[in-house]
Ligand binder design. Structure first.
Ligand code: HEM
Length: 416
């Protein structure tokens, strides 16, 4: 490893040259100012087998067109319809948690996987999942799990080989595809206009050409949204609960806010969640300490200059939200959990915009960022309004940097 002062770190990983970009202004250069010089790194080729050519894996003009088509579906105003679904799903999840024996800790990591899965499936496909949610979510989860496994594995057999994982993955893929194509077909035939994400993607039209997405593109975007949006949110929620269990003062303030704003109505109105300012600060601070997308990568098309240093063509630039978020140059006492950093007009507002990037930055900023913040606020506020959170003694939780930054073991919590 060779360190170029405090701007770049040169690493050799898997026989490739990679350059970790350390300063926020240099990160901005790579992700925004000179973004056209960069494309997807080779790791995304593996994901393509599973996700197809969706927003996460595509590049260049194809990506630009897809992004333009998909963007309106995630617009703030369109999110209102999705928020109602999130609240309803969270309310039934809370009701299930209340059935749990209070003497036993809850595996909250798994509980968040379940509820975020339900939310993403329902916001994508609405009532078309009725009676099919379990089968669909299991198949999507299998596909996602095997894609991640293949990305992390040092030995990768071709997808055409009949290995047990390839067979499982093809079966799951067939099930997912048959569901999605079936729904698309039905909606096209009946000219149904629904306000779930699929409905919005179906009606999206290119402003210049009037073109719409093909069935295959719709399928790829649906699987991509599922894959990008489900585990990241679940993992982040588990970290948030873990942090709260260690900081009863923050939890108490959060509970006061959610009880005052939401009252005890089972399904509060969507607008109420916009007033949960402290809840949002807690979510943002949790994403600072444990950003699920802890490292991002870009491959340089041409040599790029970072001050006196060069990232050669074909090599990879690495950006680590985890390191940026814990750099004491930007965040005093960086390991301390302090949601007041994100208070309106507080310390965060004085920082370089690329010192905090849980959702990335530049044109490839996470398309689901507003969706996520809303979902996390709803889950958190409705959970702490209903329960006391007590830590399980002697749980030693440390971060495990896989594709997402997961806890090293499932987080368990006493919900009283
Ligand atoms: C805590 C939750 C989430 C985190 C931390 C997160 C983080 C990110 C990051 C860092 C990127 C940029 C990757 C890069 O620059 O290489 C990204 C892209 C993306 N995210 Fe998210 N995400 C989250 C939730 C979601 C959700 C809920 C959705 C969908 C509903 C979503 C959909 C996407 C898509 C489609 C992209 C690709 C965008 C593009 O390249 O045009 N994400 N996400």
């Amino acid at each position: 490893m060779q360190r170029n002062h405090d701007r770049l770190v040169h690493l050799r990983i898997g026989g490739r040259n990679q350059y970790l970009v350390l300063r926020p202004e240099d990160v901005k250069h790579v992700m925004q100012e000179n973004h056209r010089n960069y494309g997807r790194s080779p790791a995304f080729e593996i994901l393509k087998i599973f996700l197809g050519n969706g927003l996460l894996t595509s590049d260049g003009d194809f990506w630009r067109r897809q992004r333009r088509l998909a963007q309106p579906a995630f617009h703030r105003q369109r999110l209102a319809a999705l928020t109602t679904t999130m609240i309803a799903e969270t309310a039934s999840w809370i009701a299930e948690l209340k059935q749990h024996n209070t003497q036993q800790p809850v595996n909250i990591s798994q509980a968040f996987m379940d509820v975020t899965m339900r939310i993403v499936c329902k916001t994508l496909f609405g009532s078309d999942t009725t009676g099919k949610l379990d089968g669909l979510s299991t198949a999507l989860d299998t596909l996602n799990y095997l894609a991640n496994k293949k990305m992390l594995s040092p030995i990768r057999f071709p997808y055409s080989w009949p290995t047990p994982d390839n067979i499982r993955s093809k079966r799951a893929r067939a099930q997912v595809d048959s569901f999605i194509y079936g729904v698309i077909d039905q909606r096209r035939q009946q000219h149904q206009d629904k306000d779930d994400l699929l409905g919005m993607l179906l009606s999206a039209e290119d402003e210049d050409t009037g073109e719409k997405m093909s069935d295959q593109q719709l399928r790829d975007e649906c699987v991509t949204i599922f894959s990008a949006g489900h585990e990241t949110t679940a993992v982040s929620m588990a970290w948030t609960v873990y942090l709260l269990s260690k900081h009863p003062d923050v939890l108490a303030r959060l509970q006061t806010e959610s009880r005052a704003v939401l009252g005890d109505v089972t399904t509060p109105p969507p607008d109420a969640f916009r007033s949960l300012t402290y809840t949002l600060q807690v979510v943002q601070e949790s994403l600072r300490l444990y950003p699920p997308a802890w490292v991002l990568s870009r491959r340089a098309h041409h040599p790029d200059h970072i001050g006196p240093y060069t990232i050669p063509a074909g090599d990879t630039a690495l950006i680590s939200p985890y390191l940026l978020h814990r750099d004491p140059a930007n965040w005093p006492d960086p390991d301390r959990f302090d949601p007041d950093r994100f208070a309106p007009g507080g310390p965060k507002d004085q920082l370089h915009s690329y010192a905090y990037l849980p959702f990335g930055g530049g044109p490839r900023l996470c398309i689901g960022n507003q969706f996520t913040l809303m979902e996390m606020q709803i889950l958190l506020a409705m959970l702490v309004r209903s329960f006391e959170l007590k830590p399980v003694p002697k749980q030693r939780i440390t971060p495990k940097p896989l594709i997402t930054l997961r806890p090293n073991q499932a987080i368990r919590i006493n919900l009283l």
